[in-house]
Design a protein around this ligand. Structure first.
Ligand code: DI6
Ligand code: FE
Length: 412
């Protein structure tokens, strides 16, 4: 009879499996990999007799969690907006900055001017910073091109980053992020172009895993958002939405009605919105970085979401305007300090629930047999350390599809 033959086995580790409420802690655990998937996870003393692996790793008493998932970013862009940040802090009013062409459209200009290599080089240090923190899956939104060619280039760069760095990348098309200058004053015409031309072309190139929109008084109306969602449905693409960030537009209920994967931001979410999300199984993606940088004061209704059983994910929203923060550990800390999540909820929010927000709950986000063997090893005393300390990265190793991956040095 042949013995269990695994590709790799880690012992002398404590597991936070994140499979259910709580951390799913397994002290003195073991985890085995075969063909890039988790083959076995549990207590070391329960390992099957005669279990053997081609590679055996001593975890040296570290904690091992699912690889972290950053499920909402705008991390691929060119240029930066520290000039606007500085001008505002020197008293230049926001309207003046907007008149000078600042805001989202300044990033659109820089991104349109960048070729593929420049866009990749600009994005790489930010993505590496996330990788160094144990991130193994990254969602990247478009929305800084706003024309078909630039949106395609941005999404290709996102995919290329995944190939280069052994990182799972999911691409979300956010053509309805802002109205580009060539459509100024003609938002409905822009939405028609998105639905009739841009999205069908990008989808046919296989560049779109999901569709998002910025539903806001300064973005797109619920009616315009619905047109984009109908187009996504015709193409068989799942939807998600920037909803209730700055005002209550009923966006969460809208995306729930379309069986959306997630509604994101949610500071102004109403009780009806909470109920609609609960009924549809739509994940709430909380983005404390944007709340922090915008110095918002209205908190998302975390207790209502909890009471209704809506899964809460946590993400960086990494972008040059409202969340220049390529740190998922910082987002976890802020989710606790600013939004009062527990450290356990923050970790579930960057593992199991973040996977659900990407439609990947069946394959990622927990340590259990059959899921992808993506995990991170941490020099910590207990899982709460991941959300506790701000500015120290205790990640010491990352495993992608069962293979140990270098933890990159951050910076260039
Ligand atoms: N909501 C935001 O806060 C960002 N995008 C979005 O949909 C802003 C992005 C930026 O300022 O570049
Ligand atoms: Fe965002």
């Amino acid at each position: 009879m042949s013995m269990t033959a695994w590709d790799a086995l880690w012992t002398n580790v404590h597991l936070a499996t994140m499979t259910h409420q709580g951390y799913g802690e397994v002290h003195d655990g073991a985890i085995a990999v075969r063909d890039g998937l988790i083959a076995w996870a549990g207590r070391r003393r329960d390992l099957p007799a005669g279990a053997k692996a081609a590679e055996e790793h001593d975890g040296r008493g570290r904690w091992l969690t699912p690889g972290l998932i950053d499920c909402h970013t705008h991390i691929v862009y060119a240029g930066n907006r520290s000039d606007e940040f500085e001008a505002r802090l020197n008293g230049v009013p926001y309207e003046e900055i907007a008149r000078r062409g600042g805001g989202i459209l300044s990033t659109v200009r820089a991104t349109r001017a960048a070729d593929e290599a420049a866009l990749l080089a600009a994005s790489l240090p930010r993505v590496k910073a996330l990788l160094a923190e144990g991130v193994t899956t990254l969602e990247v939104k478009s929305g800084y091109g706003l024309d078909t060619d630039t949106e395609a280039r941005l999404l290709r760069v996102a995919r290329e980053l995944g190939r280069m760095l052994a990182l799972r990348v999911r691409t979300t098309w956010l053509g309805a992020h802002a109205v580009p200058p060539e459509f100024a004053g003609r938002a409905d015409d822009y939405v028609s172009m998105l639905c009739e031309q841009m999205l069908p072309v990008l989808a046919s190139q296989g560049l779109v895993d999901a569709v998002d929109a910025f539903c806001e008084t300064i973005g797109f109306s619920p009616a315009q958002t619905e047109r984009v969602f109908d187009c996504a449905a015709r193409l068989g693409l799942p939807v998600k939405l920037h909803a209730e960030q700055l005002s209550d537009q009923g966006g969460a209920a809208l995306v729930a009605r379309h069986r959306g994967l997630s509604a994101d931001h949610l500071e102004w979410l109403s009780p009806q919105g909470v109920q609609a999300m609960a009924a549809a199984g739509t994940v709430a993606v909380l983005l404390p970085g944007a709340f922090y940088f915008l110095r918002e004061t209205k908190l998302p209704p975390v207790q209502a979401l909890r009471d209704a059983g809506v899964p809460m994910a946590v993400s960086t929203d990494c972008n040059p305007g409202t969340s220049p923060m390529p740190s998922l550990l910082a987002a976890m800390n802020m989710a606790c300090t600013l939004f009062r999540l527990t450290p356990q909820e923050a970790l579930a929010g960057t593992t199991r629930h973040a996977a659900a927000a990407l439609g990947l709950a069946g394959t990622l986000g927990t340590l259990e047999a059959g899921k992808a063997a993506d995990f991170a090893l941490w020099d910590i005393d207990r899982p709460a350390d991941l959300a506790y300390m701000l500015g120290l990265n205790p990640c010491s190793a990352v495993v992608h599809a069962g293979r140990v991956r270098d933890v990159p040095r951050t910076g260039n």
